[in-house]
Design a protein around this ligand. Structure first.
Ligand code: FES
Length: 158
């Protein structure tokens, strides 16, 4: 599941902690970076690597929303609906994007997920894409532009 280089990295991370179990979050992150999500097989693999029971790995992976428990599209949209975003239209935006993706049958390209606060409350409503890019002060028009931009970027690759 992981290459020797990746295992080496995990061993290096383990060396920073008195208990190797502390390397579970970085290990799950490496797996997700590689596969895009954390499967049951991956959880069992992580448990074997760090001598942690599968149930415990499952508990950790399901506690953190940053870990995807099912495959995602090329663009993983995480729309915040926590207090600041909710007050500035986060739920409406989430529903708008969800309906749009369904009507356009774009669910293989985009995966939408509702998430808790991502720490960008002052620029609500916001969404995060692929765990790294923030799009803030969103409106439906801005969302349309962003989705179109991603669609075009995919077409260019092909
Ligand atoms: S409430 Fe949405 S980023 Fe904080």
């Amino acid at each position: 599941m992981l290459t020797n280089k990746e295992i080496k990295k995990i061993n290096e991370i383990k060396s920073h902690y008195p208990d190797e179990k502390a390397a579970l979050l970085p290990l799950l992150w490496i797996i997700q970076e590689k596969y895009g999500w954390i499967s049951e097989e991956a959880m069992r693999y992580a448990g074997d690597l760090l001598n942690i029971p599968y149930e415990q790995v499952l508990g950790v992976a399901t506690f953190y929303t940053m870990f995807n428990k099912k495959p995602t599209g090329k663009f993983h949209l995480q729309v915040c609906t926590n207090v600041s975003c909710m007050l500035r239209g986060g739920y409406e935006l989430f529903k708008y994007i969800e309906d749009k993706l369904k009507s356009e049958n774009s669910e293989s390209l985009f995966t939408i997920e509702e998430v808790e606060c991502l720490g960008s409350c002052a620029t609500a409503p916001m969404m995060q894409v692929n765990n790294k890019e923030f799009y803030e002060n969103l409106t439906k028009e801005k969302v349309d532009e962003i989705l179109e931009y991603f669609r075009k970027s995919t077409k260019k690759e092909n």
